[in-house]
Design a binder for this molecule. Sequence first.
Ligand code: CA2
Length: 142
Amino acid sequence: MKVLVINGPNLNLLGLREPHIYGKNTYKDLIEMIEADCREHGDEVSFFQSNHEGAIVDEIQAAYGVYDGIVINPAAYTHTSVAILDALKAIGLPTVEVHISDIRTREQFRHFSYVSMAAKKTIAGEGFDGYLHALRVLREEE
Ligand code: CA2
């Protein structure tokens, strides 16, 4: 499987702030964990992180015909971005949404996700392991 892992705004700061919510491991640790898992399963993985909504839309559009699936943590854009939702719907690739924290038990404004309308599954509250869970869901699709 060829998979693209997209992370949205501020996730490059993982491990540097708010460890009580997002853990103490860094974005680099996250990538290394996913790379090791993909190596083990013979999957090809690419990563994209951006703080810019349009850049994420561009990356999703460019994924069409290149990848078999997408794992996305849209971060704050989860709760605001019809543009990311539309891009995911437009390309139609199997997509799994991941949140490190449990957005269902946090502030009310985090309970709603636009992106979930384009995702075959939403995984929340499993920490970094949620990304590995998402990869398992995509593999089941194959
Ligand atoms: O739980 C998640 O993964 C979120 O997608 C993270 C977003 C938040 O807006 C969503 O509601 C839930 C925030 C990412 C910010 O990441 C930081 C990492 C370290 C320090 C500060 C922020």
